[in-house]
Design a protein around this ligand. Structure first.
Ligand code: GAP
Length: 455
């Protein structure tokens, strides 16, 4: 299977089986916008819940928060996003397509130019006679800065002063609630704030399904440390991020860390490293980012708001701006990688070998024959029992082989079949998605069995 073919197969499976649909399709859709169907919604929820459990509930040093999408517009001036959150944009004069110049250069010439001065980027486009990827024209505008923040307006504010922004990152919420959390919980440094939520960017995109969209979700941590310790925690979070991905079963050989060049660094960062995945479109690309934001944000908000956001050490009385190490995990990119990495074909059997914790359904329950009321009745009992604890699928259509294949394709780890022997000894078969092996268990053992397997 070719790499590009793999993406096409995932896109098709996602639509057919209810993971991801093109947005507003009945109106002709909207480029780079998607809606998540019943199985996609489960996958996203499972990723977020597992992340929250791992990085908030199972730790004592991280506090979960949930800030608003719209905040005072001064937040984005203070954070530097209104000034510096830009992409280099060119327009095709022939077909009017908006093109991200650095991506065009990277795709055509395999050179990284992110962060380079616009004049330099322009020169590379001209000297290499780069063409519009859509219509092939070389009649392109020169490169200009394009701000990624989405603007909207609030009705209630004074005329002309109503412009607000949809958040471009969840991070700012956590710098804004930093002092509130310190007041409420008196955490000792180092400690972190966590948030999961949507972010919005007016991206100049080149597609690739849900890899880059205008609206996406991120799972983000701001970890506050003493300046002298930042490198130690940077290394620590690198390991945590790698560990999270490998715990989900993502292939190690498809992951690598890449350090940003000086020019590439965001305006707030002194060091950034991306964990990249070997995607079937153009190879290694950013999956997650880890940034050392210094004390930039707390200082900026102190300067712009006039409120002193320094941290006070309760024991020594020392006051200082904590430094920040920021691990950011894209939810939608995690979903895409989970799908790509788990897709396998075995003859005409398609299997999503998803980590069971991420699988939309944990178990499927089938009566062997749908026209035998006694089997259906018993199967319904098993189904009702399991569904109080797990997300369970019910299927009584077609033959049993087809039902297994259908569950394999959406990643359901276990299928339970109620057959005639069940009526005699109260045992059922449990079929494993990955090995296709079947074992018999007592119906009374099932909840505990799946609970254990999901641990
Ligand atoms: N607060 C830091 C920050 O926002 P970022 O590298 O701009 O850093 C973090 O974004 C993560 O969010 C990325 O590593 C990626 O997983 C995800 N992400 C960024 N832009 C995205 C987009 N347009 N569509 C989907 N995911 C995106």
């Amino acid at each position: 299977m070719s790499e590009q073919n793999l993406l096409e197969k995932i896109v098709s499976l996602c639509k057919r089986r209810g993971f991801v649909y093109p947005s507003s399709e009945i109106y002709g859709g909207l480029a780079n916008a998607y809606d998540y169907g019943p199985l996609g919604a489960e996958l996203l929820r499972n990723i977020k819940d597992l992340w929250w459990k791992t990085f908030v509930h199972e730790r004592e040093d991280i506090y979960g928060t949930d800030g608003g999408i719209i905040s005072n517009p001064k937040v984005w001036q203070a954070s530097g996003h209104t000034e510096s959150f830009n992409d280099p944009l060119i327009d095709c004069k022939s077909c009017k397509k908006r093109i991200r110049a650095d991506h065009l250069i990277e795709d055509e010439l395999n050179i990284k130019v992110e962060g380079k001065p616009l004049g330099e980027v322009d020169k590379i486009v001209l000297e290499n006679k780069l063409k519009c990827p859509s219509c092939g024209s070389v009649d392109l505008t020169s490169v200009r800065k394009f701000n990624l923040l989405f603007e909207t307006s609030l009705g209630s504010l004074e005329e002309g002063k109503d412009k607000v922004y949809l958040r471009g990152e969840t991070a700012q919420n956590m710098f804004l609630t930093f002092q509130n959390v310190v007041d409420s919980f008196s955490p000792k440094i180092p400690f972190g704030l966590a948030q999961v939520g949507k972010a919005f960017r007016n991206e100049v995109t080149l597609g690739n399904f849900i890899f880059r969209t205008f609206e996406f979700e991120m799972m983000e941590l701001e970890y506050f440390v003493r300046e002298k310790n930042w490198e130690k925690y940077f290394e620590y979070w690198k390991e945590e991020m790698t560990g999270w991905l490998t715990s989900l079963g993502i292939s190690k050989d498809k992951l690598r860390w890449r350090r940003h060049t000086e020019e590439e660094l965001s305006h707030y960062s002194k060091r950034t490293e991306d964990i990249e995945y070997d995607f079937p479109f153009g190879g290694f690309k950013e999956l997650y980012g880890l940034a050392y934001r210094t004390d930039y944000d707390l200082r900026q908000h102190t300067k712009f708001s006039g409120v002193d956001l320094r941290y006070r050490d309760q024991e020594t009385g020392e006051e200082f701006f904590p430094h920040v190490v920021e691990p950011t995990f894209g939810v939608t990119r995690t979903a895409l990688v989970a799908l790509l990495d788990s897709y396998t074909e075995d003859g005409d059997r398609v299997v999503l070998r998803l980590d069971p914790r991420l699988a939309p359904y944990k178990v499927a329950v089938f009566p062997l024959l749908a026209n035998k009321p006694e089997l259906v009745k018993k199967a319904r009992e098993v189904f009702e029992d399991l569904k109080t604890e797990f997300h369970v699928a019910w299927d009584d259509r077609g033959n049993i082989g087809k039902r297994y294949y259908s569950q394999d394709e959406i990643g359901t780890p276990w299928c339970v079949t109620i057959d005639f022997q069940t009526l005699e000894d109260d045992t059922v078969t449990v079929r494993d998605r990955d090995t296709t092996e079947q074992e018999r268990f007592k119906t009374s053992e099932l909840v505990e069995l799946f609970r254990k397997r999901l641990e």
